[in-house]
Design a protein around this ligand. Structure first.
Ligand code: PMP
Ligand code: GLN
Length: 453
C-alpha cells in the first residue's frame, strides 16, 4: 500500500467523538466526514513541527512567518485605519475600494497595462490562502484536473480536493549542473505538456517558489505560456506572494505570469510576507474580469467581505512602500536587501552542519541537501501527521534534529505526492525570515553538535 492510500485508509474510518454536555454527562456522536475532506482531517506538518520545536526549545526555522514585527509605517497605518479613517464596518464585498484602487495602480504599472480597473479586475480575500480557495471553488467542476508542480505548498492539493478536483503532479527535477535553486529545480516542459488532458482546468504556478525559492525565468514562463495558450480552457493561477523577495533584479527578476498570458492568468498575492504581517491575512486576486468574478462569486457567500481595517491599513502601506526607505529607493529595496543578508547567515549555519544549501535568489526559504548527515533513523516510527511507515527520511531527520541538535526544519516530503516523496528524502527546508540573533544561535548549535562529532 502506498503512503497516500495508507493515510486515506486511516482517516476515512468514521471517527467517534467524545464530548461533554453542559451537565457533564458524556455524549458520544459518530461523525463521518464529507468525502471532500477524506484524508484531510489529520494534523499537518505545521501542527507537528512548531509544537515539537517549542517542546524542545529548538530554534524554529520550520514554519515560515517573520519574527520581526511589521515596520512602523505599517503599524501606524493600522492605527490610522481604526482611529482616523473609520474603516471599522463591513467592506464592499469584492474589495475595500481604497485597496482596490492602490492594487489597480500597482498592477497596471507592474504589468505595463492601463486597463486594470479597481471595480472589475480586483478581488480581496482573507490572505492568499482564501483567495486561492475562492478561485478553485469558483473554477473547478467535479473531476476537473489541476496541475501542480512539486514540491508544492501543501494547501494546493488539499484545496483542489475540497473543490472536487483532481491534482495532477509534475515534479521539478533536480539538475546536477546548477548554480542555485532556480536552475537546480528544473521543469521539463514536455513532461508538463504531457500532463495536460481534456479535463485540465487549472495550473497553479508559484514564483518565487515555496519551498525551493526558485524564480521561474522569462524563458521558462514563455515556454509554459506557449503550451497553455493552446488550451483556452486552462486558467493559470499564479501565486506570487514572495514577489518582492527577489535579490538580484538584473540576473533573476520576478516575471509576473500575467505579463505573458493575461487572458488566462489569475494572479494571487498577499501582504503577509511583504509587510511582516502574516496574521493580518490580507490577500487578493487580480486578472481579467471573467476570472476575478470566479473569486468574488464565492467570496460573497463565504465571508461576504474581508476585514475592512486590515485592507485599509494595507492600502496605505502599499502607497508608503513606494517611497524611499532607510536610504534605499523604496521599502521593497530595503526588504530584499534585509532578506538577502539573513539568507547569508542561514547559508553559513547550514554549512557548519555539513549540509549543502541550494541557494535561491528569492523567497525566504532554503532547501538544503542533507545526505552527509548520519543519524539514527527510526523508520518504523509514526506520528499523527505522518501515520505511515516507513517514515520518510527527511521527516525523521527533522524530528531528530529538533530533539538532539535544537534546530527545526520542515521536511519537504509534506510538499510531494506519495509517488514523488523519494525526491525529498535528502532535503530539508529552512526558513530565514528570522532575526539575525536567531539565525546565529542556529549556527552556534549546528557548529557545537556537528563539529564535535
Ligand atoms: N502561497 C504560498 C506559496 C505560501 O508560502 C503561503 C504561506 N504563507 C501562502 C500562499 C499563504 O498566504 P497567506 O498567508 O496570505 O494566506
Ligand atoms: N507559508 C508558510 C510556510 O510555508 C506558512 C504555512 C502555514 O502556516 N500554513 O511555512
Amino acid at each position: 500500500m502506498n503512503l497516500r492510500k495508507a493515510v486515506l485508509a486511516l482517516s476515512s474510518r468514521s471517527t467517534i467523538h467524545q464530548t461533554r454536555s453542559r451537565r457533564g454527562c458524556r455524549l458520544f456522536s459518530s461523525l463521518v466526514l464529507a468525502d471532500r475532506l477524506q484524508g484531510l482531517d489529520r494534523p499537518t506538518v505545521w501542527h507537528e513541527f512548531s509544537p515539537l520545536a517549542a517542546q524542545h526549545q529548538a530554534i524554529n526555522l520550520g514554519q515560515g512567518y517573520p519574527e520581526e514585527d511589521p515596520p512602523a509605517f505599517v503599524q501606524n497605518a493600522m492605527h490610522a485605519a481604526v482611529y482616523q479613517r473609520n474603516a471599522n464596518q463591513y467592506a464592499r464585498s469584492a474589495a475595500h475600494m481604497p485597496l482596490a484602487h492602490v492594487l489597480a495602480d500597482d498592477y497596471n504599472s507592474k504589468l505595463q497595462r492601463t486597463d486594470i480597473v479597481a471595480e472589475t479586475h480586483i478581488a480581496t480575500a482573507v490572505g492568499c490562502t482564501h483567495a486561492l480557495y475562492c478561485a478553485l471553488m469558483g473554477l473547478i467542476q467535479a473531476r476537473d484536473e489541476v496541475i501542480l508542480l512539486e514540491p508544492a505548498f501543501d494547501i494546493y492539493s488539499s484545496q483542489v480536493q475540497m473543490a472536487g478536483g483532481k491534482a495532477v503532479y509534475v515534479p521539478l527535477r533536480p539538475s546536477s549542473d546548477a548554480s542555485g535553486a532556480s536552475d537546480y529545480f528544473q521543469l521539463d516542459l514536455e513532461e508538463f505538456e504531457r500532463a495536460i488532458t481534456p479535463q485540465t482546468k487549472a495550473f497553479i504556478l508559484n514564483t518565487p517558489h515555496n519551498p525551493t525559492g526558485k524564480i521561474f525565468s522569462q524563458t521558462e514562463l514563455e515556454g509554459i505560456a506557449e503550451i497553455v495558450r493552446k488550451h483556452p480552457r486552462i486558467t493559470v493561477i499564479a501565486d506570487e506572494v514572495y514577489e518582492y523577495l527577489v535579490f538580484d533584479k538584473t540576473k533573476e527578476p520576478h516575471v509576473p505570469m500575467a505579463s505573458l498570458l493575461w487572458d488566462q492568468t489569475l494572479t494571487l498575492s498577499s501582504a503577509g510576507k511583504t509587510f511582516s504581517c502574516t496574521g493580518w491575512k490580507v490577500g487578493w486576486a487580480v486578472g481579467p474580469p471573467h476570472l476575478v468574478q470566479a473569486v468574488t462569486a464565492v467570496q460573497q457567500w463565504v465571508t461576504f467581505s474581508a476585514p475592512t481595517v486590515n485592507q485599509d491599513a494595507i492600502a496605505q502601506a502599499l502607497v508608503q512602500a513606494r517611497q524611499p526607505y532607510q536610504g534605499l529607493p523604496s521599502y521593497y529595496d530595503y526588504l530584499a536587501d534585509d532578506y538577502h543578508q539573513k539568507q547569508q547567515l542561514l547559508v553559513e549555519a547550514l554549512q557548519a552542519a555539513g549540509m549543502t544549501p541550494i541557494v535561491p535568489a528569492g523567497g525566504f526559504f532554503i532547501m538544503a541537501d542533507t545526505s552527509a548527515i548520519e543519524f539514527p533513523y527510526p523508520s518504523m516510527e509514526k506520528t499523527p501527521a505522518m501515520p505511515v511507515t516507513p517514515m520518510p527520511r527527511d521527516w525523521a531527520l527533522s524530528r531528530w534534529m529538533t530533539q538532539t541538535v535544537g534546530v527545526t526544519a520542515i521536511p519537504p516530503s509534506a510538499f510531494y505526492s506519495p509517488e514523488n516523496v523519494p525526491l525529498a528524502q535528502n532535503l530539508l527546508r529552512f526558513a530565514y525570515c528570522k532575526n539575525a540573533e536567531t539565525l546565529q544561535e542556529a549556527h552556534r548549535r549546528f557548529a557545537a553538535y556537528f563539529q564535535n562529532q
